[in-house]
Design a binder for this molecule. Structure first.
Ligand code: ASP
Length: 312
């Protein structure tokens, strides 16, 4: 059975012109570190659920990506993170929304899945589940970085001046996610985000909505990034699963088509997906999407915009 993993660091990429060689290298290294974390789980015979958890934790810990440390800020200057996880074999799932406490929001989503009879929990209730599960908490200032605060300040100034929105994708949004297939052939998906810069406090995006931003069953695993409201309205991840199940489509075509359709409805972004045989697909309609996968030779393949993949 082929083991397989793909990850993304979100569609909120910096403009090509703004990325120095060192900044580009740092982003590739962050993606490779996350791939290594998940791949080593799969190589040891671990589950796809543990692999996506490990990869997403690595991306949450990396300040360059919008999740965990380095999450974007709301219009109130707070950090409110969402995360979701799903195990394809039995369709167990867990999700959290609007949290700022557990150091790794994906672990809080997994705690909801594994220690409660619920699926989606918010705010303080989600914190108490995480606390009961013994998760590590971090103070609010652990999550905030100067770059994210500056992006919010620019956005609030723009709104006050009623100026047109010419922000880079990096200033708008981002997310992290992983999909994996283990040696038993089981699939899993996980996604984690700070959401959209300057979002209204209390807003929840597609990431913790099972079937929108995160989904896994026995046919596919999907993790999305982009304009969350549109991904929810078009049940983006579930739409891919339905095309495979009822239409007999191949994963590559189904995923590319859904991403193209989202674009026509204002849904900027992309997704990563694995089908039942483990072939990764990583389509996006935005200028870029931080992304990576491990190829059949075991090489770590990473890319940011539309350039060729780097092999690490
Ligand atoms: N989908 C995320 C949200 O709407 C943002 C992103 O992926 O860029 O919260």
């Amino acid at each position: 059975m082929r083991i397989s993993i793909a990850i993304h660091g979100g569609a909120g990429t910096m403009r090509v012109a703004d990325l120095t060689a060192a900044m580009t290298d740092a982003r590739h290294e962050g993606l490779r570190a996350a791939l290594r974390a998940g791949w080593s789980v799969l190589r040891r015979g671990g589950s796809s659920l543990d692999a996506v958890t490990a990869s997403v934790c690595a991306l949450e810990d990396d300040r360059l990506f919008n999740a965990g440390h380095g999450a974007v800020l709301t219009d109130a200057g707070t950090i409110e993170m969402d995360a979701g996880i799903m195990n394809g074999a039995d369709r167990r799932a867990g999700a959290v929304a609007g949290i700022c406490g557990p150091r790794n929001p994906v672990l809080a989503a997994r705690a909801v899945m594994e220690t409660t009879s619920h699926l989606l929990m918010i705010g303080e209730g989600a914190h108490s589940v995480a606390r009961d599960a013994g998760l590590i908490f971090a103070p609010a200032d652990y999550f905030e970085t100067p770059d994210r605060r500056a992006a919010l300040d620019r956005e609030l100034a723009r709104r006050a001046a009623n100026a047109p929105d010419t922000r880079s994708d990096a200033d708008r949004h981002g997310t992290v996610g992983a999909v994996a297939r283990d040696a038993r052939g089981d699939l899993a998906a996980a996604t984690s985000t700070g959401g959209m810069t300057g979002k209204r406090s209390g807003r929840v995006g597609d990431t913790p909505i099972i079937g929108a931003g995160t989904y896994a069953d026995e046919l596919c695993a999907v993790s999305c990034t982009g304009t969350g409201e549109v991904f929810i309205r078009y049940t983006a991840a579930a739409e891919i699963a339905a095309r495979l199940r009822y239409n007999g489509e191949a994963i590559a075509g189904a995923a590319a088509d859904v991403v193209a359709q989202l674009a026509t409805h204002g849904g900027d972004g992309g997704l990563i997906a694995l089908g039942a045989v483990g072939e990764p697909v990583l389509p996006f309609n935005s200028s870029g999407m931080y992304r990576g996968y491990v190829d059949a030779e075991g090489r770590l393949c990473t890319a940011i915009h539309r350039e060729a993949f780097r092999f690490g």
